[in-house]
Structures are given as C-alpha cells and as structure tokens.
Ligand binder design. Structure first.
Ligand code: GLN
Length: 478
C-alpha cells in the first residue's frame, strides 16, 4: 500500500509510531498528483514545489498534506475564486480555518478549482477550465467545491476544505465518493473566505472517513473573534467514538419529497440506508416540510443572488485584483474590468440580484424571500421536535458528462433542492457514501438540528460501519 492511500487518522497514527516520515508522505502524495493531475485538473495553483510548511512540528496535523478551495485566503499565495477578476491576487492574510490547520502543522499542496465565486454545481464555471471526476473522468466532479472533493477522492491528500452556500460541499462529496460536512452556520469561522452569500456561506471539510472529518472539525471548529457570526461557547467535542449506536434515534424522511423522482441508483441507496438504519435500531418516521418543498429553491436563489450582487460590488478594478489602466474614465474602467473579469454565470447573477433588490421591487422579492426563509427555519425546528435526523438525497441523479448543458437553465438550479434548504435554516448536513453504481459512487445526506454536528458525525460512523468506506478513485489512470 502506498502512503497516499492511507486515511488521515492512519497517517497521524503512523507518524506517531515512527512508521514513516512527513517527507515520505509528501513524496507519495506529490507522486500521486503528478500521476493523475493531467486527467483531473483539480488545481488552480500548485504549491507542492515550494510547500508551505505548517508552523507547528508538534501539531496534530504535522506533516499532513492538504488542499484548499481557491476562495480561502492564503497569505502570499494566489487566491482567485476561479475568476479572472481576481487575476493574480495574493491575499495579505490567511483565512482563519487555514490558519488553524497551519498552526496544527498541515502542509499546503495547493489551491483547488471551483465554480467562479462558488456559483454553480459542476465546477465547470471556472475561468481555469473544468475539473474531472476521478471516478470517471468524462463526468463532472460536482461543485462548486469540485477540486476539493476530487483531490481527496483521487488520493492527492487525505482531507481538504471547501465551502457550502447551497450544497457546494455535500454535492461534490457525493459525486466523487467522499464524506463532506457542511457545518452549522457559525460553527467554523469564515474570516478570509471570499464571500458569495454571507448569510448562507459555511466552510467545511472533505475526507475519506468520518473519523477524519471529526479530526478536521476538532481543529477548525473554534471560536474566532474575527468572525462575529462564529460561536462563542466552549469548543464542541468531535472525539471519534467507535461504539456509537443509533438505537432509538428517530430518523425521518420528508413526506413531500416522496413525490419527486429520483434516478434508480439514488432511490436504491435510500432503501438500502433505511434498512441499515432499521437494523441498527433506529426508528424511521416522516416529517412534513411543505414550504421547503415548494419555495426553498426560489427563496435561496433570490437571497443568494441579492447577497452576491452586494458582495461582488467590491471588484471594481480599484482595490483588488485585475484592473484596466487606460480606460477613458471611472465608469469606463468599471465597465471594462467587470465585463472582462466576470464569467457569464456570475454576471447573470449580479444582474438578477440587482433587480431583486432594486428599491421598487425589493419588498416583493428580497424581503419576501427573507420571510419565506424564516418559515423554512421554523418548519425545520418543528420537524426536529419529531425527529433526531432527517435522511434525504443530495441530488436526484448521478454526475452528468462534462460539457453537457441543459437547455433549461432552471433545471440546474432545481437539482439543488435537497441541499440548499439546509443553508437557509443554518443546519449541519453530512454527505455520506453508500456504495457504488458501476464506477460511480452514490452519496446521501443526513441533516441534524443546529449545533448537532458532533452527533451527526457519530451517526455517520454507524452508517460508515454498515455501508462501508469509499475506495480511492482511479483518477483516469489505467
Ligand atoms: N449550486 C448552488 C449555487 O450555485 C450552491 C453553490 C454553493 O454552495 N456555493 O448557488
């Protein structure tokens, strides 16, 4: 077995026992990257020629390689959000989540691909070209954190960080066959995360086992005075427990979702997971989320686009990134910078967000969406009075082919139905592996009430025990 194939906890234990050295791990991961990267194209910027060492040789992640989604700021290392508008921008500071990992000794191998400004679900809206799914390189890895999921799935690194505004950790995790956690809103500091929809954005980890997710959460889920939305109580306990049980836990399916069509491998995975849960002593129930089923997609996109249009105002060619020096005037400069710098999906969302918040329409659209959001949060709160967890798909189908475009753009937005309500209500959501359909992994999602992240991962341990862990994808290597 090569070192790159070992999971995070195995690497930590092996290092402690002196079975191998950090430099052997580094060499093995780098070799794996060199072997597959031509097929996968997960990186925007590689730093493994000049690795950024973690600052703590005694830290829990000392010598452990990782990669970060390219919307997480890294001091002196290009951070693009996969957009031309940030060009060669090198942030003067680290995102807190990365700082905590670096302080624990983690080694940065590079910054990875995403949909521009995290808008999308294929990793194809990137100014740097698409990333390929390591399980089948003709298919998308999902998005927007496609590079982070692909890197873990292909064995480049044992874990990575991404961000999730409406599904961007959970969906690529399920498409690539790894575990991904979208933590409770406020659980992980977002200082240094390039904003998309600030009331929805959350940073979280990808890994090949639940235990590894727990290790990463134990390092990054800490209070940060630089993010006022970050929790202030004592640090949550993400200790891994082998002997956890779901006996007596109520796991609910969503009544309204039963009417929606799922592709066969997904509904098969749902049935199988329900049997496993019952065999483990969990009680299957049903909750009703009518507002979620009917309005969540419209509500999410109204809010996300409104927030994006405000957040992206700062890219004016004056303060950050790409600029045009020979424009006739200020207005012409803004126009030139933004016309060239943003891709078409970002532009259309900025325009939509401008319309949704324009004073004469604001009440009818943006304000109305904030009210619907409150109803959605209340609906979930009621549901969690009747259930401990909710089980549902991540997406209605498996990953499509790269470059396949649906004529109906709304369809792409609608496939986020199962993921984005979690962000609207600020809940934690776990994307877990259930098995393979041919070469392709099939993931599902478990959702818990706010701040239940440790319990959610314990439930994940039970599921992993019964359903098995994913293998490392072949990365297009014969
Ligand atoms: N697909 C959703 C969107 O484009 C979610 C993206 C995300 O979570 N960043 O908004």
């Amino acid at each position: 077995m090569e070192l790159y194939e070992l999971n995070l906890w195995m690497l930590i234990e092996g290092l402690k026992a002196g079975k191998f050295t950090p430099s052997e791990i580094f060499t093995s991961c780098k070799k794996r990257i060199d072997q597959c990267e031509e097929n996968i194209h997960a990186f925007i910027t590689r730093t493994d020629d000049n690795p950024q060492p973690g600052s703590n040789p005694d830290g829990i992640f000392s010598g452990i390689p990782t990669v970060l989604k390219d919307n997480l700021c890294t001091t002196g290392i290009r951070t693009t959000a996969a957009s031309k508008i940030l060009g060669n921008w090198k942030p003067p500071y680290d995102a807190t989540a990365w700082k905590y990992l670096k302080d624990a000794g983690a080694v940065l191998m590079g910054k990875v691909n995403m949909d521009e400004f995290a808008m999308g679900n294929t990793c194809g809206n990137s100014a740097f070209g698409p990333t390929h799914n390591p399980n089948d390189i003709s298919r998308v890895p999902g998005g927007s954190s496609g590079g982070s999921a692909a890197a873990v799935s292909a064995g480049y690194v044992p874990f990575s960080l991404g961000s999730d505004t409406g599904g961007s950790i959970r969906q690529p995790a399920s498409f690539c066959g790894v575990y991904g956690l979208k933590p409770t809103y406020g659980m992980v500091s977002r200082y240094g995360l390039i904003s998309y929809g600030s009331s929805l954005d959350q940073i979280g980890p990808f890994a090949r086992t639940i235990r590894d997710l727990q290790l990463v959460m134990s390092v990054i889920a800490r209070h940060d005075p630089m993010d006022s939305s970050c929790f202030r109580e004592k640090n949550p306990d993400f200790t891994h427990h082998e002997d956890v049980s779901l006996k007596g836990k109520r796991v609910a399916l969503v009544k309204e979702f039963q009417d929606f069509t799922l592709d066969a491998p997904i509904s098969k995975a749902m049935n199988r997971t329900c049997s496993v849960l019952e065999a483990e002593g969990a009680v299957l129930t049903e909750v009703s989320l009518p507002v979620v089923a009917r309005y969540a997609v419209a509500c999410y996109y109204a809010l996300a686009m409104s927030e994006a249009h405000t957040n992206l105002e700062r890219y004016d060619g004056v303060r950050l990134g790409y600029t045009v020096k020979d424009a006739a005037g200020v207005k012409e400069m803004f126009e030139a910078v933004r016309s060239y710098g943003f891709g078409s999906e970002v532009k259309s969302r900025i325009i939509a967000g401008t319309c949704l918040t324009e004073p004469s329409r604001c009440d009818e659209y943006y304000v109305a969406a904030t009210k619907v959001r409150t109803l959605i949060a209340q609906e979930f709160a009621r549901a969690f009075g009747e259930a401990d967890f909710i089980l549902q798909p991540v997406t209605p189908s498996l990953p499509g082919k790269i470059g396949e475009v649906d004529e109906d753009e709304m369809k792409g937005y609608e496939t986020d139905l199962y993921t984005l309500p979690v962000n609207l209500a600020g809940l934690p959501g776990l994307s877990f592996f259930t098995g393979y359909s041919g070469e392709l992994p099939v993931g599902l999602q478990l959702i818990g009430p706010r701040w239940s992240d440790p319990a959610l991962l314990d439930a994940g341990t039970v599921l992993e025990r019964q359903l098995g862990s994913p293998r490392i994808a072949n990365g297009g290597v014969k």
